[in-house]
Design a protein around this ligand. Structure first.
Ligand code: C2E
Ligand code: MG
Ligand code: MG
Length: 755
């Protein structure tokens, strides 16, 4: 862009030049007065009234120009376009031109008409004097400079030439350099200023953009000098640190500014100290980034870069949301979502940390706790209630352990507790058992109250020898035995448990082998009419004679078989043998086979039963199947469906061990059963305990009402039998009173004995 090309001038620059013409008005007034006084002086000297005219004219022109300038002052530059600015330039130029033209003409008049040397000297010197001010006052308009120079000088030049004197002519020529110099100087000033205006304008634009960028950054920024005084702080920095007006921070020391934060109470004195230490470390170059917690509500991440002059640029970002998200993820990784207790892995970390103490001697304890019959709560009350109960137990566990122990959730309804014994307890066992005891009791969840007991196993070891994994195995063994023996107790691990565990493991292996080799046998126990006259059915019971240990109690190996998932093989084996053997007995006699809860989880059992009937040729009517109430707990609808299907095929279903489970008499009628076998626990005390007997009679009465047949199990004595007969409490009786279970080949002899 060329300065001369006015048309190309940016409007604001053009405006600033035109404005300069309207400044310094006192020079116009001074000029007007000196012109008027000069002309009046000449008039006084030469007595020519013609000199009064220019005096009046300069005064009048001055008045008009002043009036115009007042109007100029009232202008709003924003509303002006280039045309308007040009008009105002022209207005000024006309006024100035009029003045210089009057001066020039007066000079010519004095040279050509008056011929008085004072008049000539006065007029020419006041005009040339005015020329001097053209550069300083009118540089803003090239047009003005030309007009004024020409209008003031040309009349003098022409008048000097008109005198036809060689010396005057030379003088006239010498005025020409003045004209050129004046124009050149004015143009030079204008161009110089033009370049400066443009440069300043560009700098202002860059500064404005930089300012906008800085103030719209999402990061806070401090630019510090080498003494850590703030040269610049952006808006975000002030917002984040509650520092108020950013202009006020200039030249303040960073420490002082942060102390100001303390006064505005978003930092306390302790936090400030920590923040300053961390910032100092960062600024000294100890690290390139620093995450600084300003409070629990705000985390700022700072990065520092050093400038060549020793200054520092600190950029910082509010990373609170990111830190919160990280903390949340960490919490989810570390804690169980349902109960909020530490999960297994994090519990391990906590225990490791708690073990990092110098003294390896004091004993520490680890306990596993399991809610008794929790599955029953889930099955009967629903998983929502089950979850609420787990939460309630967890809450109480937290409270009980309080600051003394670490707690966590292992899995399902199993909880872990580590007691670091920081107080060097005299009797750690008592403390461990106290934790367990405090957890048992009533829990109210969702308006229902549950009496909860927990089984626990715990192990104790000197702190220096504590290995979590090992202790967990030990506590688990102790828990296993606690549950097997008596629920609701806490059991300390003793080394024999290891041996027992190994023993159980080897028994499991041996059972697996025995089942694979079909080494189990089946014995039969009769169910007879109470008078002992007829045998109606034989119950098939498995037996396992271990090669080294001898006979293993049936209930024990059946439980193991369920644990290691070989129970279905046993069921299939007993079914096959029982059907085969039954076919050798009189047609009126049936055989009854026990099913496990595991068998009833799958419809396959129907196929297994039908296959046994098919290969033996035994009619379905001669086969009874015994199921316990626990079979019905898992999936009552599915199990009922399977039993109905079997019944439809002619098989009789008996509900075994009645009275030992959760059965309520109320749902008896909904079950697809034909017989109930009252457990021997009911029979044991009937002779001595009248209430027990009444209960038995009640059950029998109800079952008969429902059309069910009643077998009373475990009748051992004549006294029991007589009572049952007297009050007609049994349709069939099974028990040692008539016969113990016998092997297949003895059944015929037994039948003969019964007659
Ligand atoms: P259960 O089905 O209730 O069988 C009756 C149990 O009571 C048998 O014990 C039997 O020997 C015993 N018993 C019979 N009369 C008397 C008596 O007068 N006094 C006493 N004290 N006991 C008597 P066993 O054979 O030890 O079987 C225990 C349990 O093992 C059985 O109880 C049954 O639930 C289960 N079981 C036995 N064999 C099998 C099988 O092949 N499959 C499955 N799934 N379970 C079986
Ligand atoms: Mg049975
Ligand atoms: Mg039974």
């Amino acid at each position: 862009m060329r300065a001369e090309g006015r048309g190309a001038l940016p409007a604001d620059v053009y405006w600033s030049f035109v404005s300069s013409l309207y400044q310094k008005r006192q020079t116009l007034t001074i000029g007007m007065l000196s012109h008027a006084v000069t002309f009046l002086l000449v008039y006084a000297k030469v007595r020519d009234p013609a000199y009064v005219v220019p005096a009046i004219l300069v005064a009048v022109i001055w008045l008009f120009r002043m009036f115009g300038m007042r109007r100029f002052d009232r202008l709003d530059p924003q509303k002006l376009d280039r045309q308007d600015i040009r008009r105002w330039e022209n207005t000024y130029n006309i006024g100035a031109f009029c003045v210089t033209a009057v001066l020039g003409i007066a000079c010519g008049y004095s040279l050509l008409v008056t011929g008085d040397s004072f008049a000539q000297l006065a007029c020419i010197s006041v005009t040339l004097g005015t020329m001097v001010s053209v550069v300083g006052r009118n540089f803003g308009s090239k047009q003005a400079v030309s007009l004024l120079t020409y209008s003031a000088c040309l009349p003098i030049v022409f008048s000097l030439l008109a005198l036809q004197d060689i010396f005057m002519a030379i003088l006239a020529v010498l005025i020409l350099p003045l004209i050129v110099t004046t124009r050149t100087m004015a143009n030079g000033v204008r161009e110089f200023l033009y370049r400066n205006v443009l440069a300043a304008r560009e700098i202002a634009t860059i500064a404005d953009r930089l300012d906008t960028a800085l103030n719209n950054m999402t990061h806070g920024l401090f630019m510090l000098d080498k003494d850590h005084r703030i040269l610049l702080a952006n808006r975000r920095a002030c917002e984040m640190l509650h520092l108020g007006d950013q202009a006020r921070l200039k030249d303040c020391h960073l420490d002082v500014v942060l102390r100001y934060g303390v006064r505005r109470s978003f930092l306390d004195a302790g936090q400030l100290k920590r923040v300053l230490v961390q910032l100092d470390h960062l600024i000294q170059g100890g690290q390139s980034r620093a995450l600084i917690p300003f409070s629990s509500d705000m985390y700022l991440e700072f990065s520092a870069s050093r400038r060549e002059d020793g200054g520092i640029v600190l950029i910082f970002e509010d990373v609170t949301a990111r830190i919160r998200a990280d903390q949340k993820i960490l919490h989810m990784v570390r804690y169980d979502t349902l109960t909020g207790l530490a999960n297994r892995d994090y519990f391990g970390e906590l225990v490791s940390a708690a073990l990092l103490t110098d003294d390896p001697e004091p004993p520490v304890g680890f306990m596993l706790l399991d809610i008794d019959e929790f599955k029953h709560v889930n099955d009967v009350r629903g998983h929502g209630v089950g979850d609420s109960l787990l939460c309630a137990v967890s809450e109480r566990l937290k409270k009980v352990a309080a600051a003394k122990a670490l707690v966590g959730r292992l899995v399902g309804d199993e909880f872990m507790l580590f007691y670091p014994n920081d107080d060097n307890d005299e009797d750690i066992h008592q403390t461990m058992r106290a934790f367990h005891r405090a957890l048992a009791g009533d829990y109210t969840v969702e308006d229902q109250t549950f009496r909860v007991s927990l089984s626990a196993g715990y192990a104790v070891a000197p702190r220096g020898e504590f290995r979590l994994e090992e202790m967990q195995i030990r506590a688990d063994l102790a828990l296993f035995e606690a549950k097997a023996k008596e629920k609701g107790v806490s059991n300390l691990f003793v080394p024999e448990m290891d041996a027992r565990y190994l023993d159980r493991q080897s028994l499991k292996e041996d059972l697996r082998t025995a089942v694979n080799n079909e080494a189990l046998t089946v014995v039969y126990q009769p169910m007879t009419t109470p008078d002992g006259a007829h045998v109606e059915c034989f119950e098939a019971l498995s037996r396992w004679v271990h090669p080294e240990r001898g006979e293993v109690p049936t209930a024990q190996f059946i439980r193991i078989a369920e644990e290691i998932n070989v129970i279905s093989e046993i069921t299939a084996l007993v079914l096959r043998r029982a059907c085969r053997d039954c076919l050798t007995w009189p047609d009126s006699i049936a055989v009854s086979v026990n099913l496990s809860a595991h068998d009833l989880r799958d419809e396959k059992i129907i196929g297994v039963v039908m296959h046994a009937l098919l290969i033996s040729g035994l009619p379905a009517e001669r086969l009874h199947l015994e199921v316990t109430e626990s079979c019905l707990l898992d999936e009552p609808v599915k199990v009922s469906g399977i039993l109905k299907e079997l019944r439809m095929r002619g098989i009789t279903i008996a509900l075994d061990d009645f009275g030992t489970g959760y059965s309520s008499l109320s749902y008896l009628d909904a079950l697809p059963v034909d017989i109930i076998k009252v457990d021997r626990a009911f029979v044991r005390d009937i002779v001595l305990d009248g209430r027990r007997f009444k209960l038995l009679r009640g059950i029998v009465h109800l079952a008969r009402e429902l059309g069910l047949k009643i077998v009373v199990e475990g009748v051992e004595t004549d006294a029991q039998l007589q009572l049952l007969v007297k009050y007609n409490c049994a349709d069939l009786v099974q028990g040692y009173v008539f016969s113990i279970p016998v092997v297949s080949k003895d059944v015929k002899a037994l039948l003969v004995a019964f007659g």
